[in-house]
Design a binder for this molecule. Structure first.
Ligand code: UT7
Length: 343
């Protein structure tokens, strides 16, 4: 059986940069650059313009990934799109992306696993490629968070964390030669603990009740209480579990693959909080060069963080053929995952 390998990476962030100081000056949020940098490492994020959805961001990232792989949209035979901020409740962003790429008939599926979404999508795509169901599988993580943030002082705990962006990778099956050299996604592990489902959630519509959004009896319009309109998060609970699960996930990955953390050339972590990643890095005993971050410039782009970082690392030469790379993520659900990739 061939192995799936990443043939190309790409990323895109909308041009509008919002600094921490902009949150204070333009949005009148009672916060400071110092507070945000000290607690999260974030210095700025990108916000998309009106009318731009995750599939638009994903389209741009896809163009870069395909061009770097030496392919065109016509080569894509499967789309897996990870997002927690799809254009609409349904259909999925993958279908919108497929239409924009002009490849009718190509299957498109959405994965809704939040900050672990990219790794869940990668696992699904890996299976499709390994079993021969897909020869060129596009895996995209794309988010438009800015429209779902309470950009007021009341929402500041969450509003300062998230940004918009997309990353894409193209998965293909290894040639015999690459297979012999060990190239490809060697191993993946996914996990979830639904007991913590409410610790990080957005319940803007609630299908347990009819109608799923309460209706104003006079106007007939839907009314969403602000607790349901905006994401709710137990930040400390998320932080604690993220650190624990990410470390355990990488350690387990090393054990299963009979390598030491020090054998890894790069550990590419989900970008939720610089402090989380620094803690994970220190516990694994790795140098800062081996655990790169770009949360400073993008904030948390959820399903897009890992492919954006991979794309930047590949472009500036820090990620090279033959490197041993770990990917690791943790997020709402709780969900988590890791991958061991020989680049
Ligand atoms: O992919 C998963 C996504 N989420 C995460 O990874 C989040 C993980 N958690 C975290 O990163 C941290 O919990 C946060 C950075 C979100 C918050 O840090 P914290 O140390 O847990 O702060 P806190 O929420 O307990 O708030 C501490 C104080 C509060 O004031 P009082 O009650 O002590 O007076 C907050 O009101 O900081 C205040 N605060 C802020 N102050 C200025 C909360 N947000 C802000 C803000 N600016 N943006």
């Amino acid at each position: 059986m061939p192995r799936a390998y990443i043939a190309g990476t790409g990323h895109y962030a909308p041009p509008n940069v919002v600094t921490n100081q902009d949150l204070v000056d333009k949005f009148k949020i009672d916060t400071t650059n110092e507070w945000i940098v000290q607690r999260t490492g974030i210095e700025q994020r990108h916000f998309a313009g009106d009318g731009v959805g995750p599939s638009d961001l994903g389209y741009e990232a896809t163009q870069m990934a395909l061009s770097r792989a030496g392919l065109t949209a016509a080569d894509v035979d499967f789309i897996v799109f990870a997002t927690l901020s799809p254009e609409h409740a349904f259909p999925g962003s993958g279908c919108y992306l497929q239409a924009k790429l002009g490849i009718p008939g190509v299957p498109a599926m959405d994965i809704r696993n939040q900050c672990s979404g990219f790794l869940y999508a990668l696992a699904a795509a890996k299976g499709l490629v390994e079993t021969g169901m897909s020869k060129t599988c596009l895996v995209v993580g794309g988010e438009r968070h800015s429209s779902g943030l309470d950009l007021t002082t009341e929402g500041r705990q969450i509003a300062c964390l998230f940004g918009d962006g997309a990353g894409a990778v193209v998965l293909r099956a290894t040639s015999d030669e690459d297979f012999e050299k060990g190239r490809g996604i060697r191993w993946m592990n996914l996990g979830a603990d639904g007991r913590f489902a409410d610790a990080l959630s957005q319940k803007v519509w609630d299908n347990r009740h009819a109608p799923f959004i309460p209706k104003d009896p006079v106007t007939g319009k839907g009314i969403v209480e602000k607790e349901k309109l905006w994401c709710q998060m137990d930040g400390k609970q998320v932080f604690k579990n993220a650190v624990e699960k990410m470390i355990l996930s990488v350690m387990g990955m090393c054990m299963e693959n009979q390598i030491e953390p020090a054998d890894l050339d790069l550990v590419v972590c989900h970008q939720a909080n610089l402090r989380i990643n620094e803690y994970v890095r220190d516990q694994l005993g790795l140098s800062p060069e081996k655990v790169p971050n770009n949360i400073q410039r993008y904030g948390n782009t959820t399903a897009a963080t890992i492919p954006i970082l991979l794309s930047e690392l590949e472009a500036d030469g820090r990620l090279k053929r033959g490197m041993k790379v770990a990917l690791v993520a943790f997020g709402s659900g709780f969900t988590w995952g890791s991958a061991y990739v020989v680049w």
